[in-house]
Ligand binder design. Structure first.
Ligand code: FPP
Length: 248
């Protein structure tokens, strides 16, 4: 069947769906190069893909979606590319926030907001505020995010609590750590997808991915369709998850 005519799947088509999907949206630069376009066009096209993937995730009733939009290392790209990504943040929220709010989606920004320009910071704080009371899909957008940085912050927070006598060191367990990450209250990542064939975690959700299944489709992010996403979700359903146990 031609890709365009293929219908997208619904929840009933899946025996088992992940509760939390994380996506490293890789390949925007290569897509732009392939089409002889500026890298900013690749990121813009990537944002279109993101819109479709968010809609489909919500339609399927998946609990949480985390996407890596800007890492702490991305500041090292050219000023033009960083500026293009910053502009996309504004454009994305301007065009999506009404629909996301209406659809009961809860937006959470993962990462250190303090280094973002003021306009971007205000925009994302407003998006979080507008959707804080929603009860549907957790949409986590990682901006100026690093997994190690998140763990360092967590360690500092817990150390402060111990110092203040609010917590005993011996009471710190895996749940305590989970409760002090950006994603507190959400399930761990069940499925991590990284597009473009690269097979690295790149400092994304290090703690939350402890037992995640990994899929690395070859397709570049701007070309990743909801059908590719459905295929990934079906492949997840076929994986045997052991969580360290021996299954007989
Ligand atoms: C990696 O591709 C992608 C990024 C660094 C940015 C991802 C951002 C978006 C898809 C859009 C922005 C999202 C929001 C919410 C505004 P790459 O450029 O590293 O690709 P390459 O490896 O082919 O060069």
């Amino acid at each position: 069947m031609a890709e365009a005519n293929k219908s997208t799947r619904t929840r009933d088509d899946f025996e088992r769906l992940p509760r939390h999907v994380a996506i490293i949206m890789d390949g925007n630069g290569r897509w732009a190069k392939k089409h002889k376009l500026a890298v900013a066009r690749g990121h813009r096209q990537g944002t279109e893909t993101l819109r479709e993937i968010i809609r489909h995730t919500d339609d399927l009733g998946i609990e949480a979606l985390s996407v890596y939009a800007f890492s702490t290392e991305n500041w090292n790209r050219s000023p033009e590319e960083v500026a293009a990504l910053m502009q996309l943040i504004l454009d994305f929220f301007a065009s999506e926030i009404d629909e996301l709010e209406r659809k009961n989606v809860r937006i959470l920004i993962l990462g250190d907001k303090s280094r973002l320009p003021e306009k971007q910071r205000e925009t994302i704080i407003e998006a979080e505020r507008r959707t804080a009371g929603n009860t549907g899909l957790h949409l986590n957008i990682a901006l100026n995010y690093g997994g190690r940085d998140e763990l360092v912050r967590c360690a500092r927070e817990l150390a402060e609590m111990v110092k203040a006598g609010e917590l005993q060191a011996e009471d710190i367990n895996e749940q305590t750590i989970s409760d002090h990450l950006y994603t507190r209250g959400q399930p761990d990542v069940d499925l991590l997808i990284r597009t473009s064939g690269e097979m690295r975690l790149s400092n994304f959700l290090l703690y939350q991915c402890a037992y995640a299944e990994f899929l690395f489709p070859e397709v570049l992010w701007p070309d990743f369709t909801v059908h590719d996403y459905d295929d990934a979700l079906l492949a997840f359903g076929g994986r045997e998850r052991r969580f360290g146990k021996r299954l007989s």
